[in-house]
Ligand binder design. Structure first.
Ligand code: 4NP
Length: 163
């Protein structure tokens, strides 16, 4: 990979208003702090389009803002098969999202699809629980898991970019 090429990272959940925009905002923040933002293309999407065009859930925005992540400019969209050509990493928040993404993933791009928490360290948790119908604790747990996996992902991406 040459120095001018970008790596694409797409975070995917069900509605694209809670977990995946949180992951997009957190990963963007960490990449910016590491000076890698211009080497990356970062986006998020949902497997359903019910909330397409909407900003992130108000609770997700508030909890993220308390940790310094601004999600206000993000808008929901549906994940499409073409995303597997545009993004090197397509990261599902839970196994159901992973199954739904497999249905639209071109067979030749199967190696681009992962569970996001496969990049997390020191935890056996493999799914980011859906916080939509729960309370404040759920949004904090999302942020804890997403920050953990984002740190692991950033290391993998940094290596791929050549250190
Ligand atoms: P997300 O959460 O997948 O983390 O964005 C949800 C948002 C909306 C719905 C479900 C989950 N919903 O059913 O509308």
């Amino acid at each position: 990979m040459t120095g001018s090429q970008q790596i694409g990272v797409l975070f995917v959940c069900l509605g694209n208003i809670c977990r995946s925009p949180t992951a997009e905002g957190v990963f963007r923040g960490l990449a910016d702090a590491a000076g890698l933002l211009e080497r990356l293309r970062i986006d998020s999407a949902g497997v359903m389009d019910y909330h397409a065009g909407s900003p992130p859930d108000r609770r997700a925005q508030e909890h993220a803002a308390r940790r310094g992540y601004d999600l206000s400019a993000l808008r929901a969209r549906r994940a499409v098969a073409d995303d597997f050509d545009r993004f090197d990493f397509v990261l599902a928040m839970d196994r159901e999202n992973h199954r739904d993404l497999l249905r639209i993933c071109p067979p030749s791009r199967r190696d681009r699809l992962h569970l996001f928490l496969d990049f997390a360290r020191d935890t056996t948790v493999r799914e980011v629980p859906d916080p939509y119908y729960g309370g404040a604790d759920g949004f904090e747990q999302v942020l804890d898991l997403v920050e953990n996996a984002s740190r692991g992902l950033l290391e993998v991406v940094r290596e791929r970019l050549g250190g």
